[in-house]
Write a protein that binds this ligand. Sequence first.
Ligand code: TTP
Ligand code: MG
Length: 412
Amino acid sequence: MALNNRLDIMADIIKSHVDSTPSIRHILHADLDAFYAAVEQLDNPELRGKPVLVGGSPENRGVVATASYEARVFGVHSAMPMKSAVRRCPQGIIVRPRFGRYKEISNMIMDIFRSVTDLIEPLSMDEAYLDITQAVAGGLRPLEVALDLKKQVKEETGLTVSVGVATNKTVAKICSDLNKPDGLVVVAPGEEEAFLAPLAVGKISGIGPKTVERLNRDGVETIGDMAAQPLEWFANTFGVRAEGVRARALGTDRDEVHTHRETKSVSAETTFSSDRNDPEVLREELARLAGNVARHLENSGLQGRTVTVKARLADFTTFTRQKTLPARTATEETILEHAWGLLSKELNPERSFRLLGVGVSSFLESTALPAAKADQLQLSLFDQPAFDQPVFDQPLFDQPVSEQPDPGQETT
Ligand code: TTP
Ligand code: MG
């Protein structure tokens, strides 16, 4: 074979090898520590070093939005009824949330993140992914970028942020949580699978408690157990999500840092201070919630086709009912009419309601907001835990989170 030909073939082989080896990404996941409580301690020095419980009042069946690390040692956590939190930590200082202030600080933090890279994906007020691949290509080490970010947040806001550093989002997110508060965990390229192997399957974002239960029943407890399963098992267990979940378990997921997130749903909900079953009262509340949702839709230029009602009964049973309308809407009357149509079917004198919510989704693509505005207006979805989603408009809620029964002995 002529030398030229051989060189061509080798060049092809090398090229195809290079093309099939995806370039390494460098991702940070940054999450502020005890965010609301830390802001309260920042603004009021008397609260520093003390157990702070941010949330609603125990008399009003409020819930804990977050607790300072000093309070967490007593077993207090987010979403716990405040009444139970106070029982566990009687010396806890209850502070009402100031969402406007948290939003202000959140903006500062996101600006700091953006000064590191344009490629940021905010997940909630205090949390984002940052793709720092370019900075690393420019000669910086991922660890340096992370240390610098922590320093900048501390200097400019007075708060501490925990950071995870890895080559993908799944591993970075797990890392940021491992050494809180003020944590910094780095997983080097090539170490992903070994790092993940001993961890519980529930650490993978998107694998919720119900799936964990199901996997554990199958004998799959760690991420390593999962990674060892054959392809067929993934297909049977996760259906269309199989490939994505397998990549996460193997530490090879290539999910990009999405800088544009569209609002998918707008919702509002309220927990009553005592259970209600009077249809008139329930309708009144529904009307108020529909009004809130309609105002937010209007402000964000959105119209939706699906109306959802969420309800939680006195025994904590929670359900949603949905209706798809013939045309998109943003008007209060239409939202209320359909929400009431859904709820009225669920009423009977024996049923008392603890919580009601109204949501609108299925928006027209063309009415979606430009990215920057969508970021600001991203509202919580109530069919998923609100805090897995960007929650930039917390004040829409009467309470920071819906109540959950306390799994401990101290149920309300
Ligand atoms: P997180 O980042 O989940 O919690 P955190 O910052 O308080 O604590 P950590 O150190 O573990 O990160 O949520 C950010 C803020 O969102 C939190 O300060 C309050 C609010 N929040 C709620 O209101 N309810 C909730 O159930 C959760 C999880 C958070
Ligand atoms: Mg946090």
